[in-house]
Design a protein around this ligand. Structure first.
Ligand code: GRF
Length: 225
């Protein structure tokens, strides 16, 4: 399913931007990135976005209460009329004002198999907890922290990793393969008017095909093949 030609995404990110870069290398998404917005002025993600020729914007949110930060972000983003908001390592919690305006259209990636290990340092906590599978969750953003409806999860068995740093690398590989594919599917659904539970039924075969060998895909609800 192809996204409508005017469909676009805004990426919100704070750090390295490896997921933003992975999104930009997806052929369905590269030309859909309307802007990369960061709350960290000297972040690698902004540096990359600027050099890559994307509209890149720093928003100064330090010391702002959540409501004010929401307002600044909304004022920054609205002119782009984005179809989807993609969080890629955005280290702030969005408030209800923001979430309500883009309800069902904000996607996040989290480096654990939610609902296990929400919040910070999730890979380390999953590893230290002795989890038998180490994985990631792509989900819609709701009013909680890492609580929104799951779109897709991918995981690898713990024994594939020698240590925590190998697990971190494996997690990033999973993220960079699954996240762009989920976003591309979501973009086409949302741009053709499927917001809400309709947008959840993503095609598992398409997503499974992008994952590294041995990875397992879990979907809450699958589209008919
Ligand atoms: C990723 O691990 C993502 O799951 C989490 O933040 C990290 C961002 O990494 N939400 P990067 O900036 O995309 O490299």
């Amino acid at each position: 399913m192809a996204a409508k030609t005017n469909a676009s995404v805004i990426i919100l990110a704070s750090g390295n931007g490896s997921n933003a870069r992975a999104i930009a290398t997806n052929s369905d998404l590269a030309s859909r990135i309307a802007a990369v917005v960061s709350d960290r002025k000297n972040s690698r993600v902004l540096d990359w976005a600027t050099k890559a020729g994307y509209v890149s914007t720093h928003v100064s949110l330090d010391g702002c209460r959540r409501d004010r930060a929401d307002q600044i972000l909304l004022d920054t983003i609205r002119p782009f009329e984005p179809t989807l908001i993609v969080l890629a390592g955005f280290m702030r919690i969005l408030g209800s004002r923001f979430v309500d305006e883009y309800e069902g259209r904000i996607v996040n990636i989290h480096p654990s198999l939610l609902p296990e290990h929400p919040g910070l340092n999730a890979i380390e906590r999953s590893w230290n907890a002795g989890d038998r599978r180490i994985g990631i969750t792509v989900h819609l953003v709701d009013h909680g922290v890492d609580t929104g409806p799951t779109l897709a999860k991918a995981s690898l068995p713990r024994e594939r990793f020698a240590d925590l740093s190998a697990a971190v690398e494996g997690i990033h590989e999973l993220e960079h393969s699954l996240y762009p594919a989920v976003i591309a599917e979501m973009l086409s659904r949302v741009s053709s008017g499927h917001v809400g539970s309709d947008s959840f039924s993503l095609p598992s075969s398409t997503l499974r095909a992008v994952l590294p060998p041995h990875a397992q895909l879990d979907m809450p609800k699958e589209a008919p093949e």
